[in-house]
Design a protein around this ligand. Structure first.
Ligand code: 13P
Ligand code: SF4
Length: 311
């Protein structure tokens, strides 16, 4: 009989409890997700795909292996289901950069402007916004807004800058950014391109404009996964969080992936996260993520508008 490893046992227990609780495990392509958690998930995706999945599932319990704002988004979309976040310390540096009050101040300075809010934000910030977007649909969301309307784009200035370059629309930006992607230096990427002259370069739009300008394509995390499968190139330089490499390597065993920056990771989250926490989450139904109705209803309207144009 094969000897079961600790990981095998944990996975077996997670699967048993998942059935018992009528639960589904959703995991982000990399948001602090270590490989074994990605492997036990029912669904792995980018922020848009995960929101769509949460909106569609009839599972009683959603275990969200992602950062807090994503679990909150699921809680907004599924008020009658239980959304669990295995580790409450899984925050997002960018989403913590902006408060609802700051959005209200921007709106007061630009009355009549449409507020487009990157999904990497709290529910309270979404509640002050007109429409959400993710990295994969930000360009289309902005294009959906009439030309004569001013647009406030929060909180990611670099995603906003990328959207401006793609659409030609002038956006009123907030000065937020992703502290993880900020670590990717254009000079390092240039050196990497010299060392791998035939490599395809794929970057996430949270990167600085200097880094994005060096990429062949700028894509969401799932876009990066899809393009890596499609390309004939054997070497791919990836400018995003390093947790994505697990999925990329697993799906493309004959290709080689070079991180544009080997320390571009939300390390504190990864350290905290493991299969045990997913198991305890299901065992003890912890930690439930709930959003008060006063915020939830307004935040849902902004998320629903995004989902409407992203079908
Ligand atoms: P994606 O929507 O591309 O998965 O990006 C989410 C994110 O937070 C990247 O850091
Ligand atoms: Fe937030 Fe950046 Fe970490 Fe994504 S990679 S969770 S945007 S801090």
């Amino acid at each position: 009989m094969p000897v079961l490893t600790t990981e095998d046992r944990l996975v077996a227990q997670i699967k048993r409890l998942k059935t018992e609780r009528q639960a589904i495990i959703l995991a982000h392509n990399y948001h602090y997700q270590v490989g074994e958690i990605q492997d036990v998930a029912d669904f792995l995706g980018d922020s848009l795909e995960l929101s769509q999945k949460a909106a569609q599932t009839d599972a009683k319990v959603i275990v969200f292996c992602g950062v807090h704002f994503m679990a909150e988004t699921a809680a907004v979309l599924c008020p009658d289901q239980t959304v669990l976040l295995p580790d409450l310390s899984a925050g997002c540096g960018m989403s913590e950069m902006i408060t609802a009050e700051e959005v209200r101040n921007m709106k007061a300075e630009h009355p009549g402007a449409v507020v487009v809010c990157y999904v990497n934000s709290s529910a309270a910030v979404k509640a002050e916004s007109d429409i959400c977007c993710t990295s994969s649909n930000a360009v289309n969301v902005v294009r959906s807004i009439p030309e004569d309307r001013e647009i406030i784009f929060i909180p990611d200035q670099y995603l906003g800058d990328y959207v401006t370059r793609k659409t030609g629309r002038k956006l009123i930006l907030f000065n937020g950014y992703c502290p993880t992607h900020f670590r990717i230096m254009a000079s390092e990427l240039e050196a990497s391109k010299k060392a791998h002259p035939d490599a395809l370069v794929l970057a996430h739009p949270e990167c600085t404009p200097e880094v994005s300008a060096l990429a062949d394509q700028v894509l969401s995390t799932s876009g990066i996964c899809l393009e890596s499968q499609k390309t004939q190139k054997k070497e791919i330089i990836v400018a995003t969080e390093t947790g994505i490499l697990h999925r990329l390597q697993k799906e493309n065993p004959t290709k080689s992936f070079v991180p544009a920056c080997s320390w571009c990771d939300c390390a504190h989250m990864k350290v905290n996260n493991n299969l045990e926490k997913v198991l305890w989450s299901l065992e003890e139904m912890r930690y439930p993520v709930e959003v008060p109705a006063s915020i939830r209803v307004r935040a849902k309207s902004a998320i629903d508008r995004m989902l409407e144009i992203s079908r």
